[in-house]
Design a protein around this ligand. Structure first.
Ligand SMILES: NC(=O)c1ccc[n+]([C@@H]2O[C@H](COP(=O)([O-])OP(=O)(O)OC[C@H]3O[C@@H](n4cnc5c(N)ncnc54)[C@H](OP(=O)(O)O)[C@@H]3O)[C@@H](O)[C@H]2O)c1
Length: 216
């Protein structure tokens, strides 16, 4: 697949590198220096390259939106028309000081993104884990038991593509339902962040959901 990375920071830089290692064609975009984008592409290897936001968006099969909430309008102003595009978002609607969700309970960042881009297919994914764990999960991808990663969206084909990408990074995709479920996923991320960043065991944290067959 061709994947455009919109926001090449902690999340976008690492996920882009892993998509490239999984064999996808990746365009890294949106960082404050073109040199950083070039270095990310070089380190990712494979068919990765740096580009402008518009270049990353053009002809992409999927876009990863990985920007801070305050950068959303800026990156969308540079992307060109995203009608018909799959936009996988790990972006959380955090306050400027990154301390709390500014949209929650009755809506979510993912739903407000869908309202902003009504002609795109929005899937919320990857935002429920810290960036620090991504390379470790990828390294362990051939283990029988993988960590889970929840995702949600309203478009079945877009979700199928996203599940493939989640699988490529090394997680077991867990379909959490329609996009409105992001209003539960995003606060769940705050719990994961609490455990990752406020605990004593480091931020390399993923989670696993287990189901037990009923004995009745
Ligand atoms: N970090 C995590 O573990 C984590 C986990 C789950 C969800 N999230 C969410 O994922 C999203 C991305 O988080 P992140 O931690 O990856 O953020 P980040 O490291 O700050 O990355 C944001 C990217 O946007 C670029 N950028 C910012 N302002 C810009 C400007 N004016 N012009 C061009 N580029 C600009 C940054 O450039 P530079 O590279 O030059 O700084 C960086 O590449 C956020 O919504 C966050 O809440 C993050």
């Amino acid at each position: 697949m061709r994947i455009g990375i919109l926001g090449s920071g902690l999340m976008g830089g690492k996920l882009g590198a892993l998509f490239a290692r999984a064999g996808h064609e990746v365009v890294f975009s949106y960082a404050r220096s073109p040199e950083k984008l070039a270095a990310l592409a070089r380190e990712a290897g494979g068919r990765a390259r740096p580009g402008t936001v518009a270049q990353a968006a053009r002809e992409a099969d999927a876009l990863l939106l990985a920007v801070r909430w305050s950068s959303l309008e800026d990156v969308l102003a540079q992307s060109g028309d995203l009608a018909g595009k799959l936009v996988v978002s790990c972006s959380l609607p955090m306050s400027e000081d990154d301390s709390e969700l500014v949209i929650a309970h009755t809506s979510s960042g993912a739903e407000s993104l869908a309202a902003r881009l009504p002609d795109s297919s929005i899937v919320s994914a990857f935002g429920t884990v810290p960036s620090e764990v991504l390379f470790d999960v990828f390294a362990a991808r051939n283990r029988a038991v993988r960590p889970s990663l929840v995702y949600c969206g309203d478009d079945a084909a877009a979700k199928k593509t996203t599940a493939r990408l989640i699988n490529d990074v090394g997680f077991e995709p867990v379909d959490a339902g329609p996009l409105r479920i992001a209003r539960y996923m995003e606060p769940f991320t705050m719990l994961i962040a609490q455990l990752a960043y406020e605990g004593s065991e480091g931020p390399e944290l993923a989670y696993r959901l287990e189901r037990f067959a009923s004995s009745r």
